[in-house]
Each structure stands twice: as structure tokens, then as C-alpha cells.
Design a protein around this ligand. Structure first.
Ligand SMILES: Cc1cc2nc3c(=O)[nH]c(=O)nc-3n(C[C@H](O)[C@H](O)[C@H](O)COP(=O)(O)OP(=O)(O)OC[C@H]3O[C@@H](n4cnc5c(N)ncnc54)[C@H](O)[C@@H]3O)c2cc1C
Length: 377
């Protein structure tokens, strides 16, 4: 490509949606550079060669939104199936529903409560803890669900996820542990739309980037001295600390490691995701991706693919920001520095050092397009 009009760094949802808008609405040439060997960022899906089962390389991704604009937009690039997400948890070899609901409470405490009885039972267990000022994650969690449920379902899982005891985690890491006094087990019960793209996530990105005016270069890592300078703008969706050569220090992230196994059974666990809160299991979850596509008749095959998820520390493969005060201060410094660079925009989960669901990322990219389109004409 001769000099592009816009250079975009990263082909995840933030970069791909902006590329689509700039090429299709403004008719401008976009060059995307991507350090990995594939498009799609962390939402990428691929087919396992041995079992032919499609899986999400960076962890199970469920599309869910109540944002009509995002839903209408994304449906131009994919059809969704009717998958409804449910999460189960395996505590001491017994399966319970998550988030904690009436079924979890009755099964765990061996009761047969009606909703109001269960609510009163939990309130009686938590009221003495509500009086105290919460100092940490553990205090806050116990004040919401009581000690027994916390110890069984939350403590070990949180410890594995963050690599330290919840006693040493700030209470700000979560706002509220959902607890339901009904048998509703739809994980995203408040959300208007949900599903899995029928042809996989990879195909959404192929469709988003279809315009001939968009070119993607793989295995190229951007830095501020990058050789190709665009006519109008660079839009950067990577982390700000590496961009600025860590001048204010490294931003810290939790990362994940996935280990695949093939099992010679048609169905291993009967659902797509099961949590493992016990500390003795090193992994936090087991994914079984064939459950995400019931429309593909997955159980005709005699094999299945499972993926164990481990939570690790690795700032070079960022998944979840360690969003504490120290890191937020560092990020603010980077943000203020990068904002001064001319013809340079940034956004997405890595640059913003934030956890965004896919619909939030798409919505943010659509808004960004409206803000910057005048600068490109
Ligand atoms: C484990 C996990 C599970 C999730 N599950 C869900 C879910 O079920 N539902 C949901 O809605 N959301 C989910 N999400 C969130 C979802 O992954 C994000 O919303 C989405 O990936 C954000 O897109 P992005 O473009 O901002 O970032 P990314 O997808 O990370 O894309 C950024 C891209 O930029 C590239 N890049 C970075 N730096 C450079 C550089 N210097 N040079 C070149 N390329 C670079 C990266 O390689 C990457 O491809 C999940 C996230 C995680 C971590």
C-alpha cells in the first residue's frame, strides 16, 4: 500500500471497527499493523486441527449486550446462535450454579427454602459483618454472602485469579457479588441480547476488514519510530507503557495460560464452562467449547476438546489490569504524555488499561469514529 490515510495498530474489536468505518464510510485507505499472526485480538477463534472443534484461543467469549446500536452494527457482520450462558462451579466434586442463586443456596445448605426464606437466612448470616468498615475484598465479600458461601465459592477462586489472598486485595476490585433469590441460571439475565457468532469470531473480523482499502500486516510490532507514517492519523490500541518505553514503570496485569486436552468422550462436562474454586486444583476453569455451538450438532462426534485455564502473572501477555491505585496513577501519567502526541489517537482495553466487554469496546470505537472523522476528511 502506498502511504495509507490512517494507520491502525491492533486488529482487535477496537481497531477493526475503526478500520471498517474509515474505509466504508469515508472511503479512506487503512493500514493495520498487528504484532500477532492473526486478526481479532483476544476475541479470535480457530478450529482445533485434530478434533475440528472451534475454540476461543484467549478464553471463552460470550457476546452479550443491551446496547441496541452495537447489536444492530455487529449483526451486519455475523449471525448469532441462541446460546445462553450458564456457569457452574465444582466445589468438592459437587456441582453448583453460579452466580449464587436459590438452587446454590438450597443445595449447599441442604435446605428447601422459598425465595424470601433464603433471603432472610443469608441476611441473618451477614448482618453482623455489615456493621464493620470494609478493609479488603474478603471483608466485603463476607458481608454480602456470609462466611460459608464465601469460603466455598469465592475465596480459593479469587486467590488463584489474583495470585494473593483476598485479604490483601482492595475491596474496590469488585462492587457487588451477585446473589439471586430465584432459580434463574442465565448468567446474563439482565442483558437483552446474547449469543455466539454462528461462523465463529474470526469470521466477524474477516467481514469487518473485507474492504480492499484495508490492508493488514502481521507480526509487526509498532513503536513510535515506526517506518510508515500515515497521511492523517495513527490510532493505537496497544498498551501505553510499552509505547513510552516504560518511562514511568510497567503497568501490571494478570494473565492466563490455556492447556488443551482431547478426551475420547462425546461430552466431558455437559456445559461450556465450569469453575474450580478449590485451591488444590491449580486451574481456575475448564472450558468445553463444543457446547457453545449446539446448532452444529457437536455430540455426533465421539471426541471432545477441553481447555484448562490457569491464572498467572505475565505483564507481557496482558488480560486483566491490576487496577489498584499505584497502577492507576502510572496509567494517568502515560495517558497525559501520549495525549500530547500530534496526529495520534488511542483506545481499547490495552491503551485504556481497563476491562471492557466486547460490546463496550465496539461502542467506544463507534464513538471514537464520530469524534475523529472530521480529522480524516
Ligand atoms: C479471558 C477473557 C474473557 C473474556 N470474555 C468476554 C466475554 O465473554 N464477553 C465479552 O463481551 N467480552 C469478553 N472479554 C473482553 C474482550 O476480550 C475485549 O472486550 C476485547 O478483546 C477488547 O478489544 P480490543 O481491540 O480493545 O483489544 P484486543 O482484543 O486485545 O486487541 C488489541 C490488539 O492489538 C495488538 N497490539 C497490541 N500492541 C501492539 C503493538 N505495539 N503493535 C502491533 N499490535 C499490537 C494485539 O496483538 C491485539 O491483537 C474477555 C476478556 C478476557 C481477558
Amino acid at each position: 500500500m502506498n502511504k495509507p490515510d490512517v494507520l491502525i495498530v491492533g486488529s482487535g474489536f477496537y481497531g477493526a471497527v475503526l478500520a471498517e468505518r474509515i474505509a466504508n464510510v469515508l472511503g479512506k485507505k487503512v493500514l493495520i499493523i498487528e504484532k500477532r499472526n492473526h486478526i481479532g485480538g483476544n476475541c479470535y477463534s480457530e478450529v482445533d486441527k485434530k478434533t475440528k472443534i472451534e475454540y476461543h484461543k484467549y478464553g471463552t467469549h460470550i457476546f452479550h449486550t443491551s446496547n441496541q446500536k452495537v447489536w444492530d452494527y455487529i449483526n451486519r457482520f455475523t449471525e448469532f446462535n441462541n446460546y445462553r450462558h450458564q456457569v457452574l462451579t465444582n466445589y468438592k466434586n459437587k456441582i453448583y450454579q453460579m452466580p449464587i442463586n436459590l438452587e446454590t443456596i438450597n443445595s449447599f445448605f441442604k435446605k428447601n427454602f422459598q425465595p424470601q426464606e433464603a433471603e432472610k437466612y443469608i441476611n441473618d448470616k451477614t448482618k453482623k459483618f455489615k456493621k464493620y468498615k470494609f478493609k479488603n475484598f474478603e471483608d466485603k465479600a463476607i458481608s454480602q454472602i456470609g462466611k460459608e458461601l464465601y469460603n466455598a465459592f469465592i475465596k480459593g477462586y479469587t486467590q488463584k485469579q489474583w495470585g494473593k489472598s483476598p485479604k490483601y486485595l482492595p475491596e474496590s476490585i469488585f462492587n457487588r457479588l451477585p446473589i439471586r433469590y430465584s432459580y434463574n441460571e442465565d448468567y446474563y439475565q439482565q442483558t437483552q441480547y446474547q449469543g455466539i457468532p454462528k461462523n465463529g469470531y474470526k469470521n466477524i473480523f474477516i467481514n469487518l476488514l473485507k474492504n480492499q482499502k484495508i490492508k493488514v500486516l502481521f507480526k509487526q510490532k509498532y513503536n513510535l519510530n515506526y517506518k510508515i507514517k500515515p497521511k492523517y492519523l495513527t490510532i493505537y490500541t496497544g498498551p501505553l507503557d510499552s509505547l513510552m518505553r516504560y518511562k514511568f514503570g510497567k503497568l501490571e496485569w494478570r494473565s492466563l495460560l490455556f492447556k488443551k486436552e482431547i478426551k475420547n468422550v462425546k461430552d466431558f462436562q455437559g456445559t461450556s464452562v465450569i469453575n474450580y474454586p478449590d485451591i488444590k486444583n491449580k486451574f481456575t476453569r475448564i472450558h468445553e467449547p463444543k457446547h457453545l455451538h449446539p446448532e452444529r450438532k457437536p455430540f455426533e462426534s465421539k471426541q471432545t476438546l477441553i481447555i484448562k485455564e490457569y491464572s498467572i502473572k505475565n505483564d507481557n501477555e496482558p488480560y486483566y489490569p491490576i487496577n489498584d491505585e499505584k497502577n492507576r496513577i502510572k496509567h494517568r501519567k502515560y495517558k497525559s504524555e501520549v495525549s500530547k502526541i500530534k496526529k495520534f489517537e488511542f483506545g481499547g482495553r490495552l491503551a485504556d488499561y481497563a476491562y471492557y466487554d466486547m460490546d463496550m469496546t465496539i461502542s467506544a470505537a463507534l464513538k471514537k469514529f464520530e469524534q475523529i472523522k472530521k480529522k480524516i476528511k
